[in-house]
Design a protein around this ligand. Structure first.
Ligand code: PEP
Length: 249
C-alpha cells in the first residue's frame, strides 16, 4: 500500500516573515489524515522552516541540490548541507531547472545520486513540453528522462525515491492534465520500472504536478497510479494546500 504524498514547491516566493506566517497557517489548517505532506521553501528559509515544523507531521524538502559533494562550487548547496538543516526530500530535475538552467538528463541523474548519498529522498521530476505531447512523444521523452537516472543509480535506488510526473504545459498555466492523461503516463512510468523490478515498481510513489488545486485534486489523486501531488502555486495558500492534502487523505 503506497501512502499518498503531497509536496509543496514554493519556488522563489516569499519573505522570511511571510514564510513563518505561511507555515503557521499551514500547521493550523492541516487535516488529520493518511497522506504525508512536505513543503520545499527557498534555501535561505530552510533553517527557519525546520524550526517551525519541528514536532509537526510536515516534512521539509529543498528545491534543488548540487551534484557535487563539496568544494569550489560557488553558489551551490550540497546534499549534506540540506540534510544538516533538516531536509528529508529534495526535488531534482524540476522542469524550470531543466529549461532555464540547462540541466541535462545526465546532470539530473547525478543530482539524484548525490541526494541519496546523503540519505535525502529525491523527488525526480519528469515531463514533456507541449510540442512533445502534441507530436505523440510523451512516453519517449519521459522514458528517456527516467532511463538516464536508472542508468546511473539502478532500479534499486527507486526504493528510496519519489517520481513526479509534471507535464510542462500544465505547470503554472491553469491547464491540468486530465485524470486519464495523468494515469496513462503514471502507468507508463510504473511499467518502465516494473520491467526492471516489479517489487520496487509497486512501491514507488509517483506524484502528479501541474496546476493541481483543491477543486481538481481528488479526481486526479483517485487514479490508480497517482500517489499524490507536487503542488506549485496552490501550495502558497495555506487553506488551499491543506484542502489538497485532505483530498489525498
Ligand atoms: C510545479 O512547479 O512543480 C508545479 C506543479 O506548479 P503549479 O502547481 O503551479 O502548476
Amino acid at each position: 500500500m503506497r501512502r499518498k504524498l503531497v509536496a509543496g514547491n514554493w519556488k522563489m516566493h516569499g519573505t522570511r516573515s511571510g514564510t513563518a506566517e505561511l507555515i503557521e497557517s499551514l500547521l493550523g489548517a492541516m487535516p488529520d489524515g493518511q497522506a504525508e505532506c512536505a513543503i520545499c521553501p527557498p534555501f535561505v528559509y530552510l533553517t527557519d522552516a525546520a524550526r517551525l515544523l519541528r514536532g509537526s507531521p510536515v516534512l521539509l524538502g529543498a528545491q534543488d541540490v548540487c551534484a557535487e559533494a563539496q568544494g569550489a562550487y560557488t553558489g551551490e548547496i550540497s546534499g549534506a548541507m540540506l540534510r544538516d538543516v533538516g531536509c528529508h526530500f529534495t526535488l531534482v530535475g524540476h522542469s524550470e531547472r531543466r529549461a532555464l538552467y540547462g540541466e541535462s538528463d545526465e546532470l539530473v541523474a547525478r543530482k539524484f545520486a548525490a541526494a541519496q548519498s546523503q540519505q535525502l529522498v529525491p523527488i525526480l521530476c519528469v515531463g514533456e513540453v507541449l510540442a512533445e505531447r502534441e507530436s505523440g512523444r510523451t512516453h519517449e521523452v519521459v522514458g528517456r528522462q527516467l532511463d538516464a537516472v536508472l542508468q546511473v543509480v539502478g532500479v534499486a535506488a527507486f526504493a528510496r525515491a519519489v517520481v513526479a510526473y509534471e507535464p510542462v504545459w500544465a505547470i503554472g498555466t491553469g491547464r491540468t492534465a486530465t485524470p486519464e492523461q495523468a494515469q496513462d503516463v503514471h502507468a507508463f512510468i510504473r511499467g518502465r520500472l516494473a520491467a526492471r523490478d516489479a517489487n520496487i515498481s509497486g512501491s514507488v510513489r509517483i506524484l502528479y504536478g501541474g496546476s493541481v488545486k483543491a477543486g481538481n485534486a481528488a479526481e486526479i489523486f483517485g487514479q490508480p497510479d497517482v500517489d499524490g501531488g507536487l503542488i506549485g502555486g496552490a501550495s502558497l495558500k495555506a487553506d488551499e494546500f491543506a484542502a489538497i492534502v485532505a483530498a489525498a487523505g
